[in-house]
Design a protein around this ligand. Structure first.
Ligand SMILES: [Zn+2]
Length: 426
C-alpha cells in the first residue's frame, strides 16, 4: 500500500517536471521583439535551438527547421529574461514575520523549503536571474538552493549567491541590545573584526560557494541607533583585495555617505541602497565605475509595514531619501542597475522596482536595460545573458502589450523560458 502511494507520488512529480520541457527547436512569434538594444521590432521572431538563441530577425527572413515547435504570442512583446540583482530568497515579507523572528524562530530547513517556493514564483514572474545578497542567518542554504535549481530538482532563476555576508562584529541583527546578554543568538551574517578575520571570512565563504562577497559597510550602530560606517578603510581594502584576487566581485550595503565613500575607495563593484549619498560620493562612484542599486521598493515596503504608508500616498522620509539619492546618482552619470531587495516584499513581485525606476524618471527602455543589459554586465555575463542575440542563452520572456512603452506590461507574463526550457506557456 505504502509503496503504491509512493509510486503515485513519484509519477506525479515526474509529471510536473516533464511539463517544463525543452523541444529541440522552438520558434517564438510575438507581435514584437525587444532585444535589449534600441527600440522594439514589430514582426520579428526568435528561433531557439539547444537552449540558445539560434536566430533573431524579421519573421519572414528566418530559416525555420522542419519540426520546430511554433509558439504564437499575439499582442505580446518578447524581451530578454529579467534580472533582479538584489534579492533574498531566504526571507519573506516582514509584515508576515519580523526579520528577527525569521532568523531566531524559523529553522534553516523550513526557510530553505520556503525559498524553493520563492524561487518558483520569481521565475514565473519573468525573472530568470537573481543575485541573492545574503542568506540572513540561513548559513549556506543558498548553495543548496542554487544546486537544486541547476540540477533541475526545483524550478527557479539562475542564482549568483553571496552566502552568509560579512559584517563588523556586533553590527548586525538580531540586535544584541534587544536580548538578554547571557543567551547565544544565531547571527544574521558572519561577524568579523580586523584584517585577518575579514580575509578569513572572504576565503571561507568563497570556498563554500559564494559567487559574490557581500559586505555591510555601515549599520545602525550609533548611540541613538543611527547608521554609522562600521569597517575601517584598511579592513574594507583587505576584503575587496582578497575577493578580487579570488575572482569574486564585491557588493557593499551602504546607506551612509561615509560608508559609501569608504566602500568606493576600497574598490567595491556595486553599492546597495545608498540613500544618504552626497554629490561628491556619487561623483566618485561614477569615476570609479561603481554600479548603484537604489533598492527603491524596500523603503516603500517597510513604510507600508511600519508607518501606515498607503501606496500612492505622500512618500515617507525614507522614501524621499531613496528618491533623492536615485535622482542625484542619475544626474551625475552613475550606472544604475535593477535590484529591489525582494524578500522584504513578496517574491514574484520584483517588477515593483522597475515601476519605481520609471516613476522616478527613467524611460521604460532605460529601466528594462537596467534589468537586462546593465545587470548582465555587472555579473560579467554580458556576452551570454541579458540580450536576445544569436549565441546567447535562451532566457526570454513574453509579456502582453509593450513594456518599452508601458512598464506595467511586465505584470502580464505570457511565457517564460530559461536556457531553452519553457517554465510558463500561454
Ligand atoms: Zn538586502
Amino acid at each position: 500500500m505504502k509503496l503504491k502511494r509512493l509510486a503515485v507520488l513519484f509519477s506525479a512529480l515526474i509529471g510536473i517536471y516533464s511539463s517544463a520541457s525543452a523541444a529541440a527547436d522552438t520558434l517564438l512569434s510575438p507581435a514584437r521583439v525587444w532585444t535589449g538594444e534600441g527600440q522594439a521590432h514589430a514582426n520579428w521572431a526568435v528561433l531557439i535551438s539547444g537552449g540558445k538563441i539560434a536566430a533573431v530577425g524579421p519573421a519572414d527572413k528566418l530559416n525555420i527547421p522542419a519540426g520546430a515547435e511554433r509558439i504564437d504570442l499575439p499582442d505580446a512583446t518578447l524581451i530578454p529574461g529579467l534580472m533582479d540583482l538584489h534579492s533574498h530568497v531566504l526571507l519573506h515579507p516582514y509584515n508576515e514575520t519580523s526579520w528577527d523572528d525569521q532568523v531566531l524562530k524559523e529553522s534553516v530547513e523550513y526557510r530553505t523549503l520556503l525559498a524553493a517556493r520563492h524561487a518558483a514564483a520569481t521565475l514565473q514572474a519573468g525573472f530568470t536571474t537573481l543575485r541573492d545578497l545574503g542568506t540572513e542567518g540561513a548559513l549556506y542554504a543558498d548553495v543548496a538552493i542554487k544546486k537544486a535549481i541547476n540540477d533541475g530538482v526545483i524550478p527557479g532563476p539562475r542564482l549568483f549567491i553571496a552566502t552568509r555576508a560579512i559584517v563588523a562584529s556586533g553590527s548586525y541583527g538580531p540586535s544584541p541590545r534587544s536580548y538578554r546578554d547571557d543567551v547565544d543568538l544565531p547571527r544574521g551574517a558572519q561577524e568579523v573584526t580586523g584584517i585577518d578575520e575579514v580575509v578569513r571570512a572572504v576565503r571561507e565563504q568563497g570556498a563554500r560557494g559564494a559567487d559574490w562577497i557581500k559586505v555591510y559597510a555601515d549599520y545602525r550602530t550609533g548611540v541613538d541607533g543611527s547608521s554609522r560606517a562600521t569597517f575601517t578603510q584598511a579592513e574594507l581594502n583587505a576584503l575587496v583585495q582578497t575577493a578580487h584576487e579570488s575572482g569574486r566581485k564585491v557588493a557593499a550595503h551602504a546607506s551612509t555617505d561615509e560608508g559609501m565613500r569608504r566602500a568606493t575607495l576600497a574598490g567595491v563593484d556595486t553599492i546597495e541602497h545608498g540613500y544618504g549619498g552626497s554629490e561628491a560620493t556619487f561623483k566618485l562612484m561614477a569615476e570609479k565605475h561603481v554600479v548603484y542599486f537604489p533598492t527603491l521598493t524596500a523603503p516603500e515596503a517597510t513604510s507600508e509595514y511600519f508607518q501606515k504608508y498607503q501606496r500612492g500616498g505622500a512618500p515617507t522620509p525614507s522614501m524621499q531619501a531613496a528618491a533623492r539619492a536615485f535622482q542625484l546618482a542619475r544626474k551625475l552619470g552613475v550606472t544604475i542597475g535593477n535590484g529591489s531587495d525582494v524578500g522584504v516584499f513578496a517574491h514574484g513581485d520584483n517588477a515593483r522596482e522597475l515601476e519605481w525606476l520609471v516613476r522616478l524618471g527613467m524611460t521604460p527602455v532605460e529601466a528594462l536595460r537596467a534589468a537586462t543589459v546593465v545587470n548582465a554586465a555587472v555579473l560579467q555575463q554580458g556576452s551570454a545573458l541579458g540580450q536576445i542575440r544569436e549565441g546567447y542563452w535562451a532566457d526570454v520572456v513574453a509579456v502582453q502589450g509593450d513594456p518599452t512603452q508601458d512598464i506595467g506590461a511586465l505584470r502580464q507574463v505570457k511565457l517564460v523560458m530559461k536556457g531553452g526550457t519553457i517554465f510558463h506557456r500561454p
